[in-house]
Design a protein around this ligand. Structure first.
Ligand SMILES: *[C@@H]1O[C@H](CO)[C@@H](O)[C@H](O)[C@H]1NC(C)=O
Ligand SMILES: *[C@@H]1O[C@H](CO)[C@@H](O)[C@H](O)[C@H]1NC(C)=O
Ligand SMILES: *[C@@H]1O[C@H](CO)[C@@H](O)[C@H](O)[C@H]1NC(C)=O
Ligand SMILES: *[C@@H]1O[C@H](CO)[C@@H](O)[C@H](O)[C@H]1NC(C)=O
Ligand SMILES: *[C@@H]1O[C@H](CO)[C@@H](O)[C@H](O)[C@H]1NC(C)=O
Ligand SMILES: *[C@@H]1O[C@H](CO)[C@@H](O)[C@H](O)[C@H]1NC(C)=O
Ligand SMILES: *[C@@H]1O[C@H](CO)[C@@H](O)[C@H](O)[C@H]1NC(C)=O
Ligand SMILES: *[C@@H]1O[C@H](CO)[C@@H](O)[C@H](O)[C@H]1NC(C)=O
Ligand SMILES: *[C@@H]1O[C@H](CO)[C@@H](O)[C@H](O)[C@H]1NC(C)=O
Ligand SMILES: *[C@@H]1O[C@H](CO)[C@@H](O)[C@H](O)[C@H]1NC(C)=O
Ligand SMILES: *[C@@H]1O[C@H](CO)[C@@H](O)[C@H](O)[C@H]1NC(C)=O
Ligand SMILES: *[C@@H]1O[C@H](CO)[C@@H](O)[C@H](O)[C@H]1NC(C)=O
Length: 427
């Protein structure tokens, strides 16, 4: 079930085999207004309307100023070539009032792309600049620094199928960089994300989030941020993450899941291979909500912040950016969540069929893993093997804290996990 590295390469080759633009297609070259005062969104939308089906849309090597929302959901068989930079305006009140519904967690977005057979190429230079510094400063003055209603994602791929995005750069996204929702068969290759704030520290700037999506490939991503590097949320299936470098964020997150009361959600068939982690809090972790409803999304939800089961892959490194860990082979075949009732260990959420292998590098904690599983639906078929993690002073990291883990394979539980909500897995 786990696609091999070679299988992934084959998928990529297929996806990009036809990326060469056909010169005979109808082409629209977009002209920039060359001024922050001139909103280029109408010109961009016009080009997509003219050439967004069976055509070609070209952004020249110049800066385009985007001062208003764009919903481009009707694309079909199109080549989109981005040689320049799209720079979003920082009129926070405008965006709070006008950003568009994503369709999950009351989240919203500045730019929607949807359709079938869409090929976007940024050639390694095409850039989406979210101008997030203003957002990062502003959000720190708010009571809700997390999911502030109306704070937009930089880009949402919605109802996008059989498509590929290649060689695009994202700088300082307004919030999450890319949400992928109701999308299937999409390859996202050679994407560079840097959400490091210039003045204020960024917050809630996930690299990418998948929701209600399947057969999504993340290959050769480089992500600098402070939140989830890549996060797989409700109903993400057949997801591949390979050959990535993740820095300063929280690592790869499964969840949060279980935020919606009485909704069944699943994350299955996830394959993660050859990842370099640099100064991330975890390599891999699972976060779920308990079922005690406490407010509504985006900030409240199905359980109030808590943990029915947190799977924490501890791979923290030095914090000075010089050390790294590596997760080279990992397969997750099923995570199920059903509505549970109550506290951190009695959820019906179950984590099962997880294999983590070949993890090496420097870490700040001697705990390799903390597994706080449900007493009602214990973790089963969990393998952690070929781990070579050590502290900066060469002390081996060899403790595995467990709660309700059935027959662990490749490792032995060395102690009890601490019980209770925890963002880090530490007590
Ligand atoms: C936001 O929208 C409301 C209702 O349409 C309007 O009254 C208000 O002036 C808008 N605010 C801004 C800053 O655009
Ligand atoms: C985007 O446009 C499509 C129609 O083209 C529409 O169905 C959809 O509701 C729009 N999305 C938002 C969030 O406005
Ligand atoms: C959005 O938030 C409101 C409360 O502010 C809640 O009633 C509603 O269910 C939420 N919608 C979604 C889709 O989460
Ligand atoms: C990976 O992506 C980076 C951009 O982040 C690019 O410079 C590099 O060429 C890509 N590598 C491959 C093998 O495509
Ligand atoms: C990321 O952005 C920050 C802030 O501008 C900058 O200091 C840093 O060099 C960038 N990192 C990379 C790898 O480009
Ligand atoms: C999520 O997947 C489950 C299982 O396939 C399905 O029952 C449920 O309707 C899906 N939820 C949504 C919102 O798509
Ligand atoms: C902040 O979040 C709380 C719930 O956590 C909600 O009641 C409140 O309305 C939110 N405030 C804003 C400004 O979004
Ligand atoms: C960074 O970490 C390395 C490796 O542990 C260490 O040798 C070095 O002194 C650290 N540098 C700083 C500035 O902390
Ligand atoms: C939480 O649930 C578990 C499993 O039902 C139970 O053993 C434990 O006592 C509960 N803890 C609290 C604090 O209620
Ligand atoms: C255990 O999980 C692995 C994936 O890690 C899977 O290949 C295997 O089929 C699972 N075994 C059972 C008995 O479900
Ligand atoms: C284990 O990881 C190393 C890199 O850290 C890699 O060279 C090696 O091929 C991996 N082995 C397996 C079996 O994946
Ligand atoms: C290595 O560092 C850890 C954590 O600082 C410390 O507890 C341990 O005693 C050190 N071991 C040696 C051999 O210095």
């Amino acid at each position: 079930m786990v696609p091999s590295f070679f299988a992934i390469v084959a998928i990529l080759a297929c996806a990009f085999g036809f990326v060469e633009a056909n010169p005979h297609r109808k082409s629209c070259v977009i002209k920039s207004g060359q001024s922050k005062e001139i909103d280029d969104a109408p010109a961009i939308l016009h080009a997509f309307k003219e050439c967004g089906q069976h055509g070609r849309v070209l952004f020249e090597p110049q800066t385009y100023y985007v001062n208003s929302v764009m919903n481009v959901s009707w694309l079909k068989d199109v080549d989109i070539e981005i040689h320049g930079t799209l720079e979003w305006s920082t009129d926070i009140m405008y965006w709070l009032n006008n950003s568009m519904e994503v369709g999950y967690q009351n989240q919203s977005t500045a730019f929607i792309i949807g359709g079938d057979n869409v090929r976007i190429n940024g050639f390694g230079t095409g850039t989406f600049n979210g101008n997030g510094d203003d957002w990062y400063k502003w959000i720190r003055q708010q009571k809700n620094t997390s999911n502030y209603p109306g704070r937009p994602h930089a880009l949402t791929l919605s109802h996008l199928t059989n498509s590929a995005i290649h060689g695009l750069r994202f700088l300082r996204s307004q919030m999450w960089t890319m949400s992928v929702i109701h999308s299937h068969n999409v390859v996202l290759d050679s994407i560079f994300v840097n959400n490091t704030g210039n003045s204020a520290q960024s917050s809630n700037t996930d690299g990418a989030d998948t929701i209600y999506s399947s057969h999504i490939v993340f290959n050769n991503w480089t992500v600098y941020n402070g939140d989830d590097s890549i996060s797989l949320k409700a109903n993400s299936t057949d997801i591949t993450i390979s050959n990535c470098k993740l820095s300063n964020g929280l690592g790869i997150a499964i969840g949060s899941i279980g935020q919606y009361k009485d909704q069944f959600e699943t994350i299955e068939r996830v394959s993660i291979n050859n990842i370099d982690y640099e100064n991330t809090l975890h390599a891999f972790y699972v976060k779920t909500w308990t079922d005690d409803q406490n407010g509504y999304p985006p900030n409240g939800g199905g359980g109030g912040l808590g943990c029915t089961s947190i799977w924490r892959r501890s791979d923290e490194s030095e914090g000075n950016g010089t050390s790294r860990g590596r997760l080279c082979s990992f397969a997750m075949h099923a995570i199920f969540w059903g509505p549970g009732v109550g506290n951190c260990t009695n959820s019906q959420f179950q984590i099962k069929n997880v294999a983590i292998k070949n993890l090496s590098g420097t870490t700040q904690s001697t705990r390799v893993a903390s597994l706080q599983c449900s007493a009602v639906a214990p973790c089963t078929n969990i393998t952690i093997a070929d781990v070579d993690l050590h502290l900066a002073n060469s002390t081996e990291a060899n403790s595995y804290l467990c709660g309700n883990v059935m027959s662990p394979a490749g490792f032995m539980c060395t102690g009890d996990v601490c019980v209770g909500g925890s963002a880090t897995g530490e007590c």
